[in-house]
Design a binder for this molecule. Sequence first.
Ligand code: 13P
Length: 251
Amino acid sequence: MIKLFAANWKMHKTQAEARQTVEDLLRLSAVDLPVGREVLVIPPFTALSATAAGLAGAERYHLGAQNFYPADHGAFTGEVSPAMIRDAGASFALTGHSERRHVLGESDSFVGQKTSFGLAAGLKVILCVGEKIEEREASKLAEVLTRQISLGLADVPKNIAPETLSVAYEPVWAIGTGLVAGPAEILEAHALVRALLEDVFGSVAREMRILYGGSVKPDNASEIIALDNVDGVLVGGASLKADDFSRIVLA
Ligand code: 13P
């Protein structure tokens, strides 16, 4: 399976900064990008076009959006449709990122609505899941992942092409905290995600990517990416500097 190295820039970077960062990233990583890897850059909406221009022509480097609204168009002030982000050059999008669930109040079923709508609209969707620290301490990992995945995929057709759907496991307590999940924790959660995907899609689920996110850095990326059922990483803070992120994609 081709491993995906994704940079989630969250609410960072102007157009000029985005353009500079991808130019630096390509200079530092494009020639040496190992076979079997691809890169995804996920800037804020306002920098999608500038990032697309910076990535133009770079093979195995893709553009994604952090969010979208599940409608083609209409009276949804402040929202952006899948067609609009595709028009800006993006082919991927995230759904269910923990900050949208826990800071902006998105429910499991709304995340599910977005996931199926985005796929139907031709986006490759990365559904993000993960438990809060109090849920982990209460031994609710399996319960949380089962709920987030079953509601997140409730309306997704069973026959979708496996490369169009990925799941990112991002334990909330590891996001932006410097507390990376250990190998045993990642292995357990990813095996569970794989089993849940197989329950929904059958054996084709083995071809769907499962990414890990949460304090991935240049010095821990190679260990994480080598683990069973880890088909990529979703990187926040360490993706903002081309130097750090290039060391992750080459790790
Ligand atoms: P950090 O890499 O900053 O922990 O963020 C992870 C994340 O939320 C990526 O989507």
